[in-house]
Design a binder for this molecule. Sequence first.
Ligand SMILES: Cc1cc2nc3c(=O)[nH]c(=O)nc-3n(C[C@H](O)[C@H](O)[C@H](O)COP(=O)(O)OP(=O)(O)OC[C@H]3O[C@@H](n4cnc5c(N)ncnc54)[C@H](O)[C@@H]3O)c2cc1C
Ligand SMILES: NC(=O)c1ccc[n+]([C@@H]2O[C@H](COP(=O)([O-])OP(=O)(O)OC[C@H]3O[C@@H](n4cnc5c(N)ncnc54)[C@H](OP(=O)(O)O)[C@@H]3O)[C@@H](O)[C@H]2O)c1
Ligand code: SF4
Ligand code: SF4
Length: 512
Amino acid sequence: MTYAITQTCCSDATCVAVCPVNCIHPTPQERAFGSTEMLHIDPGTCIDCGACADACPVDAIFPVDSLSAPQREYAAINAAYFTAEEPEPVGAGPNFHSWGAPVFERGLPSDFAPIRVAVVGTGPAGMYAAEDLLLHTNAEVTLVDRLPVAGGLVRYGVAPDHPATRKVGDTFARFHSHPRVRMHLGVAVGEDITAEELAAHHDAVVYAVGASADRRLGIPGEDVPGSIPATTFVSWYNAHPEVAADAVALTAERVVVVGNGNVALDVARILVTDPASLAGTEIADHALAALRDAPVREVVLLGRRGPEHAAYTASELLALTHLPGVNLVVDDHDPRTGAAIDGADGVGGGKAALLRGLPREPVDWSRAPGSERRRIVLRFHSAPLEVLGADGVRGVRVTEATAEAGERAIPAGLFLRAVGYRGVPVVGLPFDEVTGTVPHQGGRVDGMPGTYVVGWIKRGPSGGIGANRTCAAETVGTLLADAVAGALPTPTRPLRAFHRLARRRGRRRGRS
Ligand SMILES: Cc1cc2nc3c(=O)[nH]c(=O)nc-3n(C[C@H](O)[C@H](O)[C@H](O)COP(=O)(O)OP(=O)(O)OC[C@H]3O[C@@H](n4cnc5c(N)ncnc54)[C@H](O)[C@@H]3O)c2cc1C
Ligand SMILES: NC(=O)c1ccc[n+]([C@@H]2O[C@H](COP(=O)([O-])OP(=O)(O)OC[C@H]3O[C@@H](n4cnc5c(N)ncnc54)[C@H](OP(=O)(O)O)[C@@H]3O)[C@@H](O)[C@H]2O)c1
Ligand code: SF4
Ligand code: SF4
């Protein structure tokens, strides 16, 4: 028997460090780590010790013999990584089981006086940075978050039907009560506390403020009622304190979602999942009640490119194929879609190969969605042109290469754009309007000594939870190098004064 890594893997590489035989790949030292969707266990080398399963923060690792039916294919997915024709060239042969050069953890000289670091944002990036500082230095860490509950997107983004993934929040929460940590929730930097005030009380400030806004499409009708960003829909079903219970109205049988990323898959899945199976999760009560009463029968996922270029991860698409009571079909409106699927060969055939075996049909949009099973329609090579309707969404005009007019109208009552998140500026920090990020070098904010960025506000809104760990390692590495080089500005105010200030300003806002 061997172990296998399954759907919820967020590539944080915790398991790599505990495996006694180095059979989990790609490791952070291998080039493929930067683009992998998950890690894999080599069944030929695994000695079945179970150490990785104990260490995994999201319960992604199981003995192959105990895999449930929907997860069984992960045994082959893990094994295939090690038999692929062109494995990762790490200079260690096709199975690259050699140990890499030793990596010395980031740290400060033992006689270095403790530094005080403020971390703004308690999502994965902020918490990986705080963890790194706490485990490798004697720094005192101040955590600040604008929301009254810590966790960032682990709390308010990750779907409620992914409880194993949400569990990573427990791993982060261990550090909230660390003896060298003080946490201030409900305090927004740039509003309640200025960047200057924060800097005056700390040696360094790390901004991990994420990317909370949404990208727009710039098409007519984008703002009619019933056309909303996925950011709102996600926050609504996750009980985000700033999104009202009535922010989403589910009144139509068909919903169109534009985008082919994992957020698009999340919202589609929540819309068609049997609400009974969502009860008992952390879904908002108002969302569960609305989903129970909702007439939704069909969700159409619009991808502007082909299935071979879809942005979703293989594991999330596979999960959709196992959703009880839901059909997954491919709209065969464009021959390029079928050609990509038929031309993709099994293992290693890329994203299009995942759709082999799914029903393909030209959808007749003039008919109402069927009343039998709910379904998700994957429609590739089709971009939205206009949201139709004046006082509410009536449909979406989309491109269709083979239609006479080059376009088609799809009747629908709700239009969700899941085309990516976007960073928002923090007052006092530089901001690149094009990328929606803060300009930096290795995590050090341009022109602001002692100020750093990490996570989505540094890299842009892409990458799963684990990607923020490597990102934090880089930023903390830069910060510590600056500390050793004497390049951190000296704080002018005592730390105690900051905690008093933060408590006062938080209370003033009614959050404390
Ligand atoms: C809908 C959705 C679902 C996802 N699901 C998964 C999944 O299942 N698995 C996976 O691996 N990845 C998932 N991801 C990706 C993952 O959530 C991100 O990689 C990660 O959250 C980014 O971390 P971050 O810390 O940069 O940002 P965030 O998690 O957004 O954290 C930013 C924090 O900063 C705080 N903040 C913002 N501005 C201020 C301010 N001015 N002052 C004080 N605090 C501030 C915010 O309140 C927030 O707590 C998902 C992403 C989304 C959008
Ligand atoms: N379960 C999970 O692990 C999970 C869940 C949610 C999110 N996440 C992660 O969080 C990150 C963000 O996810 P995301 O879905 O917001 O972003 P994403 O992965 O970048 O996907 C954005 C999608 O929007 C499309 N798009 C962008 N602009 C468009 C336009 N003008 N018209 C039509 N389509 C457009 C993109 O198409 P193109 O590809 O053609 O640009 C892409 O399909 C990702 O790394 C994701 O994996 C992970
Ligand atoms: S079970 Fe043990 S040997 Fe196998 S991958 Fe996990 S840690 Fe490595
Ligand atoms: S989530 Fe982390 S520990 Fe779990 S399998 Fe993936 S890389 Fe390994």
